[in-house]
Design a protein around this ligand. Structure first.
Ligand code: ADP
Ligand code: MG
Ligand code: ZN
Length: 493
């Protein structure tokens, strides 16, 4: 067998829709309520109750399908998926089996080899289950287990990809792009910390060059993109090593142990017939007209790829810069608002883009926060840029002011006033400082006398240090050279 192998991955992604109420009853979907306070006879699965489809959930699911380039089926239906688990009071989940709402879409991702399409096999609507809470560190050590049914009946879409993904990095890129598109489309907030987007990861391996699919395992319910990457890396290696030893891969469901970074066998894979699917008798099929689908298509907002192209055309941004900005809708909205308020055309847009891509991205990354979690507004950035333009603060000080704005939400003017950061442009004051610096650095002065022009740069640095970055650099440079010439009688270019 070839010593090189290829990873094949297909994802099943569950995304919570941003409706106010549940999919088949009027209960609230708000996160963080006391357990079991957002329930009713319908979502508790009481006998004799009837589900009614939430029209907003249906509309969001159609919008998601359109945003992901799917065909929307004009006839689809709900099915009961039977399994027994304490968090599922009805004993079945209402889902869609053989006739899903959306099919045959794709998501385009960026790879080192260029853009690549990952096929979407189907998208269907279903309800979420409740949540088991084990009193103790884990289920085995728990004295008791509790059940919170607030999540039971929260609307989900399940997005099933084709097995087109070839590496952990492509899996991450797919998930990030999917999340971005769905947030732009306004169908979900996809908050990862609240479990609003989770993935089942199907992994197989095969010798490089082979076209047949290998036997896969399914890794259940991964809640972070980092876990998806780690789980695929581990699982692909485990499978390949087993194959090299002449073993066969067992098609099974496995769990990823975050702490140990390994996957463990959970159970043999269930087949469709294990679920005894049958059509949901209490809900009518979903029948749509072309006009209804077209109405929803016409309302689709601008999606990230279109926005990226527009930023390249309208503002002359590079593909890379535009791509970084559009990734997070909140960041892109911030960028556009700042460009409009700054009002300097494409030049202004490039200045704003630089701050967004460099300083803002760096700070958010450091804080592990999203823009929405900070008090920063477009006006903050624009106020600061104006202080730079008028020479009130230097570019270096601007970075300090920017970080402070992100932290405190104070305006640039306020911060500059409070901290005394106004740029020193008074030539006489700078000449005074230049003299002090010259006296304190005789070695540099000797160098200057020997014809070393770089000594001036060193002394400008000392002036910046002495003024805590407030000296106007061009002026400091001019002043120090004049002073050096005056003191030593030597001029260097
Ligand atoms: P099931 O419904 O039994 O889970 P499907 O055939 O519908 O199985 O596939 C579910 C997911 O598994 C899809 O995302 C698909 O792309 C992926 N998949 C199927 N076969 C493989 C394979 N050999 N390797 C990796 N992923 C696979
Ligand atoms: Mg599956
Ligand atoms: Zn309810």
């Amino acid at each position: 067998m070839s010593r090189e192998y290829e990873i094949v991955v297909g994802l099943e992604v569950h995304v919570e829709l941003a409706t106010k109420s549940k999919i088949f009853c009027g209960c609230s979907t708000a996160f963080g309520a006391e357990p079991n306070t957002q329930t009713c006879p319908v979502c508790l699965g009481m006998p004799g109750t009837l589900p009614v489809l939430n029209q907003q959930a249906l509309e969001y699911a159609i919008r998601a399908g359109l945003a992901l380039n799917c065909t929307i089926n004009k006839y689809s239906k709900f099915d009961r998926k039977q399994y027994f688990y304490p968090d599922l009071p009805k004993g079945y989940q209402i889902s869609q089996h053989d006739l899903p709402l959306c099919e045959h879409g794709y998501v385009e991702i960026d790879t080192p080899e260029g853009p690549k399409r990952i096929g979407i096999r189907r998208i269907h609507l279903e309800e979420d289950a409740g949540k088991n809470i084990h009193a103790g560190d884990n289920i085995a050590a728990a004295q008791a287990s509790y059940i919170d049914l607030n999540r039971c009946g929260v609307p989900l879409i399940e997005i099933v990809s084709e097995p087109d993904i070839r590496s952990p990095e492509e899996a991450r890129a797919f998930l990030e792009k999917l999340r971005s598109i769905l947030i732009y489309a306004g169908v979900t907030e996809a908050k990862l910390q609240e479990g609003q987007m989770r993935a089942d990861v199907n992994v197989s391996v095969r010798p490089k060059g082979s076209t047949a699919l290998g036997t896969r395992t399914e890794l259940k319910n991964l809640g972070s993109f980092r876990s998806v990457v780690r789980a695929i890396e581990y699982e692909a290696r485990r499978q390949w090593e087993a194959l090299q030893r002449g073993e066969e891969i067992v098609q099974e469901t496995r769990a990823f142990d975050e702490d140990r970074g390994i996957t463990l066998s959970l159970r043999s894979k269930e087949e469709a017939h294990d679920y005894r699917y049958f059509p949901e008798p209490d809900l009518p099929p979903i029948v749509l007209t072309d006009a209804e689908i077209e109405r929803i298509r016409a309302q689709l907002p601008e999606l990230p790829d279109a926005r990226k192209r527009r930023y390249m055309e309208e503002y002359g941004l590079s593909a890379y810069d535009a791509g970084v900005i559009v990734r997070d809708k909140a960041v892109a909205d911030f960028f556009e608002a700042a460009v409009a308020a700054y009002g300097k055309g494409t030049e202004g847009a490039k200045v704003v883009a630089n701050w967004v891509i460099n300083e803002l991205a760096r700070i958010l990354n450091e804080k592990n926060a999203e823009l929405a979690q900070t008090p920063l507004t477009p006006d903050h950035l624009v106020g600061m840029l104006k202080l730079v333009d008028t020479g009130t603060i230097s570019g270096k000080i601007a970075k300090e002011v920017f970080a402070e704005m992100v932290e405190t939400g104070k305006s640039a003017e306020e911060i500059v006033k409070e901290k005394g950061l106004v740029q020193l442009t008074d030539e006489a004051a700078l000449a005074e400082i230049a003299l002090q610096v010259i006296e304190a650095n005789p070695k540099a002065v000797e160098d200057w006398k020997k014809g070393k022009a770089t000594a001036a740069q060193f002394l400008v640095g000392q002036m910046m240090k002495a003024t805590r970055g407030r000296a106007n650099p061009q002026l400091a440079n001019k002043v120090i050279r004049a002073k050096l010439a005056e003191v030593t009688g030597v001029t260097n270019e």
